[in-house]
Design a binder for this molecule. Structure first.
Ligand SMILES: [Zn+2]
Length: 385
């Protein structure tokens, strides 16, 4: 019996955690940030306080659940979780997609950066969005305005601080063009460059990116001592940043996704199970979030085969089912053509690897992409310098 007036639905023990598009997703964070800076025309779903200078520290791979379970390893950030909250990354929970959401303030189905590897409809080739492909124009691939372009148009300095290698990447151009880019290769340089850039501006939006925690988790696992030690460096970076920013700057700390470690016994190899390749033209996405592109006429058979092989280890749906369920948010026709005929989101600790086609990715210990809380929930922490 329930004591509340409403019927209690059956418990959602193991359902997907759907991104809170329009309310509590990374895209909503960016829209709220612009509004907090006085950029007209948008909303402020997160209710952020107005500020003249904003600094966002984006920590690749820092899931909310991971952070909450490392109190002693990250005392500064853990302390901020007490007054912070979690947001949902979006689907897939991966850097490409989340940078798209943060950079455009729109959900994946609108900005069209739909995963690590997606099919380019015009060519039928896979686009690895971290490496990019010269044949794909990043501005045509994501033609909408970025938050940096919108900020600059409103007279607000738009600044990015990150490793120089990302300055001209296809993903940077697609998701985050329009910012004044400051290359900084080390944590100390990130802090000093950010502080100096903000000190020179009266109104500014600054995004600082660090990727070492994600890289450590992929290589060693997020349950490893290496990850825990690396988290300590992130904690120090955030604390130094808070101490170095001009007084009154609003500092936000967030992430693009969390992570889970995938044990060897939880890996299904798409290059060793013939049923997973039958009628399949291209395998996209990544281990925990797959886009399966079927050959013409084979979509229904591929869907049935993937469901049969993966069983309870993944949520396996058709493109239409994924769109209707809101996995990508509202989807325009340009984006729809990039989604797999079958979409498979890993449950539990499973993954669909491809040891022949993706030997490097298939060897990773930590992975992400799916709709579990460990991957979807990312922190939104804040303090005022
Ligand atoms: Zn990653």
């Amino acid at each position: 019996m329930t004591t509340s007036g409403a019927e209690t639905p059956g418990p959602q023990v193991d359902g997907p955690l759907l991104p809170g598009y329009g309310q509590t997703s990374l895209a909503d964070l960016s829209e709220s940030l612009l509004t907090s800076l006085g950029v007209p025309g948008g909303g402020n779903p997160l209710g952020l306080a107005s500020a003249s200078r904003v600094c966002v520290l984006l920590v690749d791979g820092l899931g909310w659940d991971l952070l909450r379970s490392h109190r002693s390893g990250a005392p500064f950030l853990w302390g901020l979780t007490e007054t912070g909250c979690w947001l949902t990354a979006g689907f897939p929970a991966t850097t490409v997609t989340s940078l798209g959401s943060l950079g455009t303030a729109r959900p994946p189905g609108q900005h069209g950066l739909l995963g690590y590897q997606v099919r380019v409809p015009d060519t039928g080739q896979l686009l690895n969005a971290l490496r990019w492909d010269k044949a794909v124009d990043p501005v045509r691939w994501q033609p909408g305005p970025t938050i940096f372009e919108r900020a600059a148009a409103a007279g607000i300095a738009a600044i990015r601080v990150a490793a120089g290698a990302f300055r001209q990447s296809g993903l940077s151009v697609a998701a985050m063009r329009g910012a004044d880019y400051r290359a900084a290769e080390t944590p100390g340089a990130l802090v000093a460059s950010t502080a100096a850039a903000l000190a020179a501006e009266r109104r500014a939006l600054t995004l600082v990116y660090t990727g070492d925690l994600d890289a450590t988790g992929h290589a060693w696992g997020c349950a490893s001592p290496a990850w825990r030690f690396q988290l300590g460096h992130v904690d120090r970076l955030a604390e130094q940043l808070a101490g170095a920013l001009p007084t009154g700057t609003a500092l936000y700390v967030t992430a693009d996704h969390g992570m889970v470690d995938v044990p060897p016994g939880h890996r299904t190899d798409a290059d060793a199970v013939a049923e997973l390749r039958a009628g399949v033209a291209l395998l996209g996405g990544e281990g925990r979030a797959r886009h399966v592109y079927a050959q013409p006429g084979a979509a229904a058979d591929a869907l049935a085969a993937w469901r049969a092989v993966l069983g309870d280890s993944a949520w396996v749906v058709s493109r239409d089912e994924a769109v209707d369920a809101g996995w990508f948010g509202p989807v325009d026709s340009r984006s729809a053509a990039r989604i797999g005929d079958v979409v498979a989101a890993a449950r539990g600790l499973s993954a669909v690897v491809a040891t022949q086609a993706e030997p490097r990715e298939s060897a990773l210990v930590g992975m992400h992409g799916s709709l579990t809380p460990a991957e979807q929930r990312v922190p939104l922490l804040s303090c005022v310098a």
